[in-house]
Design a protein around this ligand. Structure first.
Ligand code: MN
Length: 269
């Protein structure tokens, strides 16, 4: 089994390497990630300039790692098209250092990287963790590896693309895992003006809004201490196989020794 790993926080992110370390326990891993921070770059691809790739010394032994001077999407497209040898069974992006919930997913480079795998017919997983209490990515990495294993072992079905968000609390204090849908939430919800003497400037200000969300959403799940698993799909022809996702979610709860949260509402159809 071989897993391609990318992210949008850059190849030096310790959260990426925490994920790689766990995934290495279950598969061969090849890393292709941007050479620096590319958060909030969404699905951007580089078309009007050349890209350079460097093979770098991996922080986890036995892993092949490439640094790309482009976007997260570029890194995944390059890896799938050129850099990776042998069959790729899954594309994983993360662990992002902070959540990617609701409409944030449309500007997230973490989700963007996984999307490139999904669009090319590979199962894909985007993983983000809340950055609040300083737990660090170790338990999130383990959770991501359990879900990755569940996806790869799932019977061949329409392609899966899961966006997973993990609360920043010890594993023992997590309530459970819920299959959710994206909440409606505006990412950039205000514009501020200023003047620095050289003229007027503007700032796009990010604020948490719309916390009064429905109980079947990703925002609700994480706010209430649950791991959120959101199937993402691009058309009615690629609806997610819900039974498979439920099996993955149940398996994860069992491995973590967590109860199935009640009431556990599922994706509305
Ligand atoms: Mn990021």
């Amino acid at each position: 089994m071989q897993i391609l790993v990318s992210n949008d926080d850059g190849i030096k992110s310790p959260w990426l390497w925490a994920l790689v370390k766990e995934l290495k326990q279950i598969a061969d891993v090849v890393v292709s990630a941007p050479d620096g921070e590319r958060s909030a770059i969404g699905t951007a691809v580089t078309l009007r300039q050349t890209l350079r790739v460097n093979e770098v010394v991996p922080e986890v032994p036995g892993v092949i790692a490439y640094s790309v001077d482009g976007t997260p999407s570029d890194a995944v497209i390059l890896a799938l098209g050129k850099l990776a040898h042998g069959k790729i069974d899954l594309v994983v992006s993360g662990i992002n250092q902070d959540l990617n919930l609701g409409e944030d997913t449309h500007i997230s480079g973490t989700v963007g990287a996984a999307l490139q795998g999904y669009l090319r017919g590979f199962p894909a997983l985007a993983v983000s963790m809340e950055f609040r209490n300083g737990q660090g990515p170790v338990s999130a990495a383990r959770i991501a590896a359990l879900i990755a294993k569940g996806i790869v072992e799932a019977p061949a079905e329409p392609n899966l693309f899961l966006n997973v968000n993990i609360p920043d609390r010890p594993q023992t204090e997590m309530r459970g895992a819920l299959i959710t849908r994206l909440a409606h939430r505006s990412h950039i919800n205000t514009v501020e003006e200023g003047n620095d003497g050289r003229g007027k400037y503007y700032c796009l200000v990010r604020q948490m809004t719309n916390n009064a969300v429905a109980e079947d959403t990703d925002v609700w799940a994480v706010t209430h201490g649950n791991i959120s698993i959101t199937p993402i799909y691009t058309s009615f022809h690629r609806r997610p196989p819900l039974r498979t996702i439920e099996r993955i979610c149940d398996g994860l709860l069992k491995e973590l020794g967590l109860m199935k949260p009640q009431p556990a509402k599922t994706v509305s159809r």
